[in-house]
Design a protein around this ligand. Structure first.
Ligand code: TRP
Ligand code: SF4
Length: 396
């Protein structure tokens, strides 16, 4: 069935979010923020802090939540999200997400939610927490509401979130099947053509005085001889696509994937001494035991970071020096620290600017919240309409 032709003048929309779990590390930066900052130039972007999602696992421990929300906001801005280009907001400021969540919950079967891999995985990994809750089961559905309420084309996320976007697509499909939007005929169709369709639908129903028709009834009555593109229904919740973010391999100081739970991170906001200290203890090519042993940068986590932060010249010199035992690991790590500190300088400069202007951050988030609300409200009017909730005789 044809869907609404997309308006090419409207920029395509992108939405993504992050749970406020504390100051962001370089894995979060390279894996998400850095890409988001690029997307802002091409798309109409919405980026938000998922504070309700943080509550699904941390409802018992609120001591850090407020600070975490502010820290993530600071890191968003420091990392290059531009409030002039993107709508940056906090989930709980746009309460319409909760409204859509409750409406979607009406037709979401429990088995769909129980099947999402993160549900069981997280329950096993976070055994110390009681996650046998309604809210936690609903985590991916809330995420679906976060997404669908902006009717976005793309959702840039890492592989770990792909199953949540997949569920979102299933939810959208089910919604559109239950509530196909309004019936439309292509521009240029004469008024009598729609009347003819209604007459046929009336005949099909066997009720001579019928005046209102569901989109299903109109579609069934539309002349099959007519080009299919001449009529259809406007899909209210289009299925968004994952935009898998290309992210370089970014190991933490112990050589495993950089992750808060491993305690191996370098933070976007780490000071120069902190970065130098952390890198000093970073693991290297395990085969290079003595200074005189040649090493292999291809298997060294320090070198993975060089690839992200150092210039090609430094990479070349470090790789050659490593292979010939011309340099020691201490020196190699110092070069890396120099590169990382240089790369982070503009980010940290922006962070300081916003940190010293807390009311400016409030204003940015307030304005983002209002903009997001306006866009979300547009969707909710359509959703409420097709779900039979707009009962007023005069429209608001
Ligand atoms: N679940 C995501 C995470 O843990 C955060 C999130 C919530 C999200 N709602 C979203 C991401 C909507 C993308 C789109 O990082
Ligand atoms: Fe790794 Fe550098 Fe040491 Fe080689 S010299 S093993 S690349 S830290």
């Amino acid at each position: 069935m044809p869907t609404e032709p997309t308006n090419s003048l409207e920029r395509r929309r992108v939405l993504s979010g992050m749970r406020p779990t504390g100051k962001l590390h370089l894995g979060n930066y390279m894996g998400a923020l850095y890409n988001w900052a690029q997307l802002q130039h091409q798309y109409e972007c919405y980026f938000f802090i998922a504070d309700w999602h943080a509550l699904t696992t941390d409802y018992e421990n609120l001591s850090l939540l407020k600070d975490n929300i502010r820290d993530v906001a600071l890191d968003f801005l420091a990392g290059g999200l531009d409030p002039e280009l993107s709508t940056i907001f906090v989930q709980s400021d746009v309460k319409l997400h909760a409204e859509l969540h409750v409406l979607l919950s009406m037709f979401t079967s429990l088995s769909w939610l129980e099947r999402v891999p993160s549900y069981k995985d997280q329950q096993e990994q976070l055994r110390e927490k009681d996650l046998a809750t309604y809210g936690f089961l609903g985590y991916p559905l809330l995420q679906s509401a976060d997404i669908l309420i902006y009717q976005p084309h793309f959702v840039p996320v890492g592989q770990d979130q792909a199953s949540h976007v997949e569920l979102t697509r299933e939810i959208a499909r089910r919604f559109n099947q239950l509530y196909p939007g309004e019936f439309y005929m292509a521009e240029g169709a004469a008024p009598w053509e729609l009347e003819a369709v209604k007459t046929k639908a009336r005949k099909n129903s066997g009720k001579a005085d019928k005046t209102t028709f569901s989109p299903h009834e109109l579609i069934a009555a539309a002349p099959q001889t007519k080009l299919k593109s001449a009529y259809g229904t406007r899909t209210i919740l289009p299925e968004p696509e994952v935009l898998l973010t290309p992210s370089p391999k970014l190991p933490g100081t112990d050589g495993r994937k950089m992750s808060k739970s491993y305690g191996n991170t370098l933070l976007m906001s780490d000071t120069e001494p902190a970065i130098r200290t952390k890198l000093k203890t970073m693991v290297t090519d395990p085969a290079r035991v003595y200074r005189t042993d040649p090493g292999n940068p291809d298997v060294c986590p320090v070198f993975d970071l060089h690839k992200v932060f150092s210039s090609p010249e430094i990479q070349q010199t470090a790789a050659d020096g490593c292979r010939t035992a011309g340099i020691g690991c201490i020196e190699c790590k110092q070069w890396l620290a120099d590169s990382a500190v240089t790369a982070l300088a503009p980010i940290q400069e922006r962070r300081r600017h916003y940190e010293s202007n807390p009311t400016l951050v409030d204003e940015i988030l307030d304005q983002g919240g209002r903009r997001a609300w306006t866009r979300a409200d547009e969707t909710m009017r359509q959703v409420s309409e097709v779900m039979g909730l707009r009962y007023r005789s005069t429209s608001l």
